[in-house]
Write a protein that binds this ligand. Sequence first.
Ligand code: HMG
Ligand code: MG
Length: 298
Amino acid sequence: QLPTRVKIIDVGPRDGLQNEKQPVPAQVKVELVRRLQDAGLAEIEVTSYVSPKWVPQMADNHQVMQALPRKEGVRYSVLTPNLKGWEAAVQDAPDEIVVFGAASEAFSQKNINCSIAESIVRFAPVVEAARAAGIAVRGAMSCTVGCPYEGEIAPERVAYLAGLMKDIGVERVDVADTIGVGTPRKVQRAIEAALQHYALDSVSGHFHDTYGQALANTLAALELGVWNFQSSVAGLGGCPYARGATGNVSTEDLVFMLHGMGIATGIDLDRLVDAGQFISDFLGRKPNSRVATALLNK
Ligand code: HMG
Ligand code: MG
């Protein structure tokens, strides 16, 4: 029994743009968010409060958050890896904060400069403060099927990380295939590992499309009943600490597949393609989305 409704978080403004070499002005990011919400996105991952030396593109986090044309009913989320990030983020009143850990020890070191165990120690006070402030808390779990440094990752490592996240009060988790090496059965094993600690409603799929598997992996996740997914408009993106990794599955392709299966998303595909075109025009390239390409050439 497949879900009849899916909720999508567009992570384009954050995951999509974080690795972008050319400067993207805050007002362009704000306009992208505005177009996404006008297309019907009810959750948007806007920015991150990380070191500007590590990720210069997100250094304008305050500017972007302060200028958001907030729309009723839309959840704006931001990444906060530690207390410093939380203290900066809370000034901008996000609806949800995201702590981000990895199932792979090596990736944890490269991405956030600490071990998995240490990351949980850093996240714990952030989660506590956010919950005390009535702000929702999500946990991203990177490298749940494969790691650029360690290779294949066993589901047990995903279950371990999910358990740690659960222990510190993280409310829901993303099963991320950071480098897009997952294939449907492997992704199902990773999701089942997360489901040892979290209910179906609290697990989402975050699939990068590096090897072209993201839609197949989405279908595999839907078969397990997962109904929360993350994707990136125009297929923007890549992770600075996962070399060669490309963007998330494009939101356009995801929405086209879901609607074709009779699964509701609340998203207007034409307006979404418009949003993708807007940011792609700014970046001077074509949207990295088969559906957007097809519709724009019609
Ligand atoms: P650290 O070096 O361990 O932190 O970095 P530290 O406490 O030792 O501080 C070092 C310097 O960073 C100091 O500055 C701090 O002030 C500063 P200095 O004195 O040298 O000038 N600093 C900060 N500045 C701004 N905001 C902060 C902050 N914390 C410390 N919050 C840290 C730890 C996590 C900050 C660093 O490693 C970092 O910024 N890493 C970048 C992580 C990142 O943004 N990765 C990409 C997002 S995750 C992702 O894309 C995966 C995901 O999509 C899922 C998937 O696909 O897998 C979510
Ligand atoms: Mg990602």
